[in-house]
Design a protein around this ligand. Sequence first.
Ligand SMILES: *Cc1c(COP(=O)(O)O)cnc(C)c1O
Length: 401
Amino acid sequence: VSDTVQLRIPGPTPLPETVRKAGSRQMVNHRGPEFKELLGRVTASMKKAFRTDAEVLILTSSGTGALEAAVVNTLSPGDSVLSVNIGVFGDRFAKICRAYGADVTTLAVEHGKAADPSEVGAQLRVMAENGKPATAVLVTFNETSTGVTNPLQEIAREIHQQAPDALLLVDAVSGLGAIPLEMDAWGLDVVTTGSQKSWMVPPGLAMVALSPRAWAAVERSKMPRFYFDLTLHRDALAKGETPWTPAISVAFGLDEGLRLIEAEGYPAIFARHAACAAAARAGLRALGIRLLADPEVASNTVTSAWLPVGTEWPALTRACRARGLVLAGGQGPLTGKIFRVGHLGSVSTNDMVRCMEILEDAMTELGLQVEPGAGARAAAEAARSATNGATEREPVFATPA
Ligand SMILES: *Cc1c(COP(=O)(O)O)cnc(C)c1O
C-alpha cells in the first residue's frame, strides 16, 4: 500500500506528515521529564476535546480496551445493564458486560436507525417495574458499522429523568473529536475514544474519562481488573506517568495530532466533517447507490451504503483498490450487503470528490450503468453548499478555551 492510496475506512485514518514524523522519534524514559511534559499536554488537550473537567486517562490499547475499562471499573457481577444497541459496536459493549457477569437487557434498533430517546426511557421503566432497575446504560455515540450518530444529548436527558441513578457509559470511539459531544454538560459518566479515529494517529492508545459519579461507582465496583484498573491510571497520572509502559511512539503522534487539531479549532473541524459527509452522501446517491442510514441521523464520520444491485463486495473492493481507493466493507450481519466510506480525521471535501471519481470508474469496470461525472459533481456541489451553510451559521460550540 503506497502513500498515494486513499484510505477511506473509519479508522485507522490517514496520518498527516508531521504525525508520521513525530512517531519516528527516538525513545525517551517513560518515567522521565520528557514524557511527563508530553502527558500533561496531551491530557490537557483531551479535556478540551471531551468538554470535561474530569481527568482524561490514556491507556495503551485499542478502543475496545477503553470500553472494557469503562465496564470493569464501574460495575459489579449481577448488575442490571441496559444496552442500547444500534449495531456491531453496541453489541461489543454488551458482550464485554456479559463476559464480566452483568445482567444485560438489550434494546435493539433496526440497522440504519438511531435509538429513540423515549424508547430508551420506556425500557428503563420496564426494567424498574420488573424489579431490576438499570445500574448502567450503554450507548454508542457514533455507530461505525451502520454510519449512524445517536441523538446522545436527548438520550442522556431521558436516562437522567427515568433512571437518575443509572450510569451512562458512552462508546464515543468513532465520533469524539469530529462530531460535537459535551461530556459534562450532557451528564455523560464514562466517555471513551481511540487514537486511530478522529485523532489522526496510529492505533495503540485509548482515552477514557469518568465523571465524579463514575469515580464514586469505582469504589463500589467488584468486577475483576488489573491492567485496566483506572485507579492505578489516575494515581500514575497525578505523577505525570502511566502505570505501565505506554505506547510512546503513538503518544508522540497524539501530541502532534492534537497540536494540529487545536490549530484548526473544533468549530472548523466539525464543519469540515459535516461537509465531507454531505459530499459522500450526495456523491453516492448520484452514482445510483442507496444509503443505509436514516438521513436525519447519518454520521459525519462514516457513510454506509448498500452494494449496488448485481455487485459483490469482493469485486467492488478489488476494482477500487486497483485504482488506489480503499473502502470498508460491511460488518457482522451487514457483511456482503453494504460498504462504508470513512471520512474522519485528516480528510477534505476534495478527497470525497476524488473518491467518487474512482468509485465511478470501478463501477463502470464492473459493468454498472453510471452517469459520467455525476458522483463527483454532486459531491462537489454538496460540499460547496455545506461549507457556505457552515459559515453563515453561528458555530454550535465556542472554541474551547
Ligand atoms: C473503532 C471502534 C471501536 C474500537 O475498536 P478497536 O478496534 O478496539 O480500536 C469501538 N467502538 C466504535 C464505535 C468504533 O468505531
